[in-house]
Design a binder for this molecule. Structure first.
Ligand SMILES: [Zn+2]
Length: 262
């Protein structure tokens, strides 16, 4: 057996033995070995190196207590939401966008997504995300810090994503967003930013379904919502890149014309 891993729990901030946090939860169909081409590895290795996740996507990043506690509090509501997404999945993939009913516990789902993103952060994360940790450490706390925005989309085609802590600056449009994390595993993709006032939101975010408002519900409250969640393609490991092959073809055509003119 491998020796135990010790480190800083991303949620409570204590130094303890770390347990493997499945991101998303194991029951949300994240229980198979996955080989993934991640952005970080791509930059570092400049090769097609793939990072192996033997137990499914996740990180050794939570102490046992935090892992169990948040699993109990938020996990089952999230799995329930995933199951509903899977029912629609086939029809949604081929349509760009459909408004559909979901019967869910919005606050629990939101907190589970934020938990996943926090668990993906580096060991020094507890210093930076104090308010967010307070929000997640109490089931009933509704004080979501205003800088965090949470988005959803359906995964239409491409590769899985498991990315955290990348600054995404869109210099052309003067917009930018700090990427807290992006995870894409069927049926959904999840994107969380922590913005600051100096950056305009990245225009691409308008294409996604903002679910930050799930925070207006109380803990464990069920409700029927009609959500308009778009389908997106993820062919590269770069966060917020949803270009289709057709988009890329058009881009290279334009480039060619520009080069011919200069
Ligand atoms: Zn902990």
């Amino acid at each position: 057996m491998a020796s135990p891993r010790y480190g800083i729990c991303r949620l409570c901030g204590n130094y303890d033995k770390l347990t493997f946090e499945h991101i998303p939860p194991k029951k949300a169909f994240n229980n198979k070995q996955i080989l993934l081409r991640t952005f970080e590895k791509l930059i570092a290795e400049k090769s097609k190196y793939r990072e192996p996740f033997y137990k499914g996507l996740g990180r050794y990043s939570l102490c046992e207590r935090c892992n169990n506690l948040t699993g109990t509090w938020y996990g089952s509501a999230f799995v329930n939401f995933i199951e509903q997404g899977l029912v629609y999945y086939e029809s949604v993939k081929s349509n760009k966008i459909l408004t559909l009913p979901y019967y869910i516990r919005p606050l629990n789902v939101l907190k589970q997504i934020l938990m996943m993103m926090l668990a993906m952060q580096p060991p020094n994360a507890p210093t930076y995300h104090r308010e967010l940790r307070r929000y997640l450490l109490s089931r009933t706390n509704l004080q979501l810090p205003s800088e965090y925005k949470i988005y959803l989309y359906y995964f239409a085609a491409g590769q899985l994503r498991f990315e955290s802590g990348t600054a995404k600056l869109d210099v052309n449009n003067g917009g930018g967003s700090l990427v807290l994390a992006e995870v894409t595993i069927p049926p959904f993709g999840y994107f969380v930013t922590s913005t600051n006032n100096k950056l305009k939101p990245n225009p691409v975010l308008k294409q996604l379904c903002d679910i930050t408002w799930f925070n207006q519900y109380q803990y464990n409250v069920w409700t029927r919502l009609h959500l308009r969640i778009p389908s997106k393609e993820t062919h590269f490991p770069t966060p917020l890149d949803y270009r289709t092959f057709e988009d890329m073809r058009e881009e290279s055509e334009k480039e060619k014309i520009n080069n011919e003119q200069t």
